[in-house]
Design a protein around this ligand. Structure first.
Ligand code: GLA
Length: 346
């Protein structure tokens, strides 16, 4: 029996920058997906995911069902289309990574399953290649045009450190989280769905802006005056991406230098940029970020793909439980929605 696992992640800075070849700063969360796998002699695949159901299919006959099982089929279809020889297997999946909360339950699932398959069939690829396979699986089979952040975070991250990833060359620098801070992550209870329109629309807008500026990607924007030539909506999209890349570098420096006050300011600035320039926030998420600040967090920002999902906040160590509780109660009173605290873990 093979056992493999992968953690969910929270992104600390750099939202919607990965598919623009920019910088991101995710860190794993303790919640994880565990896969137990037993190879079979034939080409049948049977997967039971606790809380989701069971699926069974033949290798090479992967058909989307538009549910959780697509992520499993995406793995086997992608491995086979990259020329990897596989056989069937039975697998059991358990996970405590919240789904639809913006903490990468899908990447945790894909990476854990790919790791288990890699071990079971002695496949020879490294963790970065594994992340790229997971991304291809999600883009080509599931149909969400996601960037590489989540898969790299799940594949290469360690608890207690953030990964400063340059998505232009996939280089990873490890940044230790200072001991003086604690992260608070609260799910707004409003669901996002990547395969749905918003995310892919933002991505298309960024590509259109890069084309209009005559650049290969928004990573190459140097001259902010050129934005005046763009329609106002595209100019706002570019302004978010450029300023967010700068904030990633500053946030990594603030983490290494233990400058928690600066980190909090950067969180707030990132939230404003996502809300005002990139239009990926929603009123509930704005209210949750405000509730976290009011409860004593040093800064709070929308994290993940947006259009709902979670807010991450930075708090002084020792205050995190009180901050999380007060913010959750205030938000629930105000919005009438049920929120869940993801960090600190229950
Ligand atoms: C989702 C995607 C990532 C990234 C974020 C936004 O989590 O999977 O690739 O684009 O949204 O920063």
């Amino acid at each position: 029996m093979i056992r493999a696992e992968a953690h969910g992640r929270v992104n600390l800075m750099g939202e919607h920058t990965d598919y623009n070849l920019g910088l991101v700063l995710p860190t794993p969360i303790p919640q994880r997906t565990v896969v137990q796998l037993e190879p079979r002699a034939d080409d049948t695949i049977r997967i039971r995911a606790r809380g989701f159901g069971e699926v069974s299919y033949r290798l090479g006959a992967e058909k989307p069902a538009h549910d959780w099982s697509d992520y499993a089929k995406a793995c086997t279809a992608t491995l086979q289309s990259s020329g990897v020889g596989l056989r069937g297997f039975d697998a059991e999946v358990t996970s405590d990574v919240p789904v639809g909360a913006g903490v990468s339950s899908s990447a945790a699932f894909l990476v854990a399953l790919l790791r288990a398959i890699r071990d079971a069939f002695a496949l020879q690829f490294d963790d970065t290649t594994l992340a790229l396979l997971a991304q291809r699986a999600e883009v080509e089979f599931v149909g969400a045009r996601v960037g590489i952040m989540d898969q790299l975070a799940a594949s290469r991250g360690h608890l207690g450190e953030a990964l400063l990833i340059d998505t232009a060359d996939l280089s990873v620098d490890r940044v230790e989280l200072p001991l003086s801070i604690a992260l608070v992550v609260i799910d707004s209870g409003v669901r996002h769905a990547h395969a749905g329109g918003g995310y892919n629309t933002r991505r298309a807008e960024c590509e259109e802006a890069a084309r209009a500026l005559g650049l290969p990607s928004l990573r190459n924007v140097r001259d902010l005056d050129a934005l005046e030539r763009l329609p106002p909506l595209l100019a706002r999209r570019v302004r978010h991406v450029v300023s967010e890349n700068e904030r990633v570098q500053e946030a990594a420096a603030a983490l290494s230098g233990g400058d928690v006050g600066r980190l909090g300011q950067l969180f707030d600035a990132s939230h404003a940029s996502q809300r005002d320039d990139f239009d990926v926030s929603i009123p509930e998420v704005d209210a949750l970020a405000a509730a976290l600040r009011h409860a004593g967090a040093l800064g709070a920002r929308l994290t993940g793909g947006g259009f709902g999902g979670s807010v991450v906040a930075v708090a002084a160590l020792g205050t995190e439980r009180e901050v999380a509780k007060a913010a959750r109660l205030a938000y629930e009173r105000q919005s009438g929605r049920k929120a869940s605290v993801i960090l600190p873990p229950p």
